[in-house]
Design a protein around this ligand. Structure first.
Ligand code: MLT
Length: 412
């Protein structure tokens, strides 16, 4: 309990939902456009729906019914993932290194559990709040002081470094990285990622690499997986999700790759296989994802599924390009939206103030950058997950609200 008492406020997206609900209650007739939490709005690909239906029919008959499946996921899905997401991109990942789960949020939360509480953890700022909060819950932090928890090594992002943090100056044991980045939309190059892999080798550190948004990478020269970098298999775990890739936020299917070559070290320097630790944890605490969901996920890797998923991604990326162009047109500096569905906007004022202004004056929900850490203050994140029509309307309303703001600033 004492660790949980250190946590600041509630979970960011619950906080935002509370504010938005209060606004909706006070303005019941207003249409709110939600570009806050990254929740997809378009239907599942028809290939997934078809596989889902077939699997449900199998469950309806004793002869084809499925009870408990393997905790790590069915082989048909693990094999489709290893082949479709890694081997076909030149990354030598095997099916038995893939652990199917119900979400990258859960996996990226849970993974730290297998390590001691006295390790040193490096966490980017701004950051997906889950990485920090779960380490606080586990007892790895000191007290909250001046906007930060003591005991963590923070990796600062800023407009100067393009929100790609520099390597830690001190040795650390566990490093969280996320590319394409949530929340900033920044994307790392192969050379930059190689520096992190080399650092991890030199310092016997482990990288927890969150690649939940890899499907949005448009630039072919950028890495889709950390395993495209030489030496990464020994030092990195990768989290992936079908939530944003294939519209599975409500369906729930994700996976974590734990290469057999990946090692952690005891205090005395003894090598331990991370794969066997995670397998032990996973088999004890998890019973995998339902059979119909895994069949629907498998369909993502079919030829038809791949075509449909690409269409989904390009729909959202068209929104992202539109948002970025419009916000830049209004005079805001932006990053992201090129290899990511998130646009990170320099708000030119406090991020919660800008959040309130957009909600109250435009009926548009964004995410205040300060909720992602002290380096996020002064920024907001706009998500491209909505219909193009809503995105267009949101941008029109923001333009109107900003024009009023500009006129007021000039004393009109
Ligand atoms: C976000 O908006 O950052 C994500 O939707 C949160 C999540 O995936 O859990």
């Amino acid at each position: 309990m004492k660790n949980y008492q250190k946590l600041q406020a509630s979970y960011l997206f619950s906080d935002i939902a509370k504010r938005v609900n209060a606004h909706v209650e006070a303005n019941p007739d207003e249409k709110i456009i939600r570009l806050g939490i990254g929740d997809v709005t378009r239907a599942l690909p028809s290939a997934c729906i078809k596989a889902f239906h077939t699997a449900i029919d199998e469950m309806a008959s004793d002869s084809s019914f499925h009870g408990y499946g393997p905790e790590q996921g069915y082989d048909f899905l693990r094999e489709a993932i290893a082949k479709g997401d890694f081997q076909s991109h030149g990354a030598d990942i095997q099916a038995d290194e893939v652990f199917v789960s119900d979400g990258a949020k859960c996996d990226s939360s849970n993974f730290q559990e297998i390590f001691s509480t006295d390790i040193t953890v490096a966490i980017p700022d701004p950051v997906y709040p889950v990485y920090i909060d779960t380490n606080v819950m586990a007892g790895r932090s000191g007290d909250w002081n001046d906007g930060r928890y003591q005991g963590f090594v923070y990796l600062d992002g800023s407009s100067e470094n393009g929100f790609i943090p520099d390597l830690p100056k001190e040795p650390v044991d566990l490093i969280y990285l996320c590319f394409p980045n949530n929340p900033t939309g920044a994307m790392v190059t192969r050379d930059q990622l190689k520096l992190w892999v080399d650092y991890a080798h030199d310092n016997k550190a482990l990288i927890l690499y969150d690649a939940a948004y890899e499907a949005f990478v448009q630039d072919e020269s950028m890495p889709r997986s950390i395993y495209e970098i030489e030496g990464a298999q020994e030092v990195a775990i990768e989290f992936r999700s079908l939530s944003k890739t294939a519209g599975f936020t409500g369906t729930r299917c994700a996976y974590t790759v734990v290469p057999k070559a990946c090692m952690a070290y005891t205090e005395s320097g003894e090598k331990i296989s991370v794969h066997s630790l995670w397998n032990r944890r996973h088999t004890t605490k998890f019973n995998s994802v339902s059979y119909p969901v895994q069949r629907a996920a498998e369909a993502v890797y079919s030829r038809e599924g791949q075509t449909q998923v690409k269409e989904l991604i390009s729909y959202y990326m068209n929104n992202a390009a539109y948002i970025r162009k419009k916000m830049e047109g209004l005079g805001f500096d932006c990053i992201g939206g090129e290899n990511s569905p998130y646009i990170w906007v320099d708000a030119q004022c406090s991020s919660w103030d800008f959040f309130d202004k957009l909600l109250n004056n435009a009926g548009v929900v964004c995410t205040p950058g300060a909720g992602f850490g002290t380096c996020g203050e002064g920024y907001i994140r706009i998500s491209a997950f909505n219909s193009f029509e809503n995105v267009q309307e949101a941008m029109e309303r923001i333009a109107k609200a900003c024009n009023i703001r500009i006129l007021l600033a000039h004393g009109a």
